[in-house]
Design a protein around this ligand. Structure first.
Ligand SMILES: [Zn+2]
Length: 67
């Protein structure tokens, strides 16, 4: 099975904990931010107001998948 939409993408948003770059990631039912450097997860809603281009692109794909 081919997966065209990424399930994990690096963003330019700094981790509030360690200042590493956060990744946006998703499971079947939720999207969240995770930090590969310190391993913490953060709710997406805390970062939506400052979404960068990578996050916007990722979220477009999430919504397409639900059609
Ligand atoms: Zn971190």
């Amino acid at each position: 099975m081919a997966l065209f939409a990424a399930r994990d993408m690096e963003t330019t948003i700094a981790c509030p904990h360690c200042s590493g770059h956060l990744h946006i990631a998703r499971t079947c039912h939720e999207v969240y931010m995770r930090c590969p450097t310190c391993g913490k997860h953060f709710p997406l809603r805390d970062f939506v107001s400052r979404a960068d281009a990578a996050m916007e692109h990722f979220l477009e794909n999430v919504y397409c998948d639900r059609i």
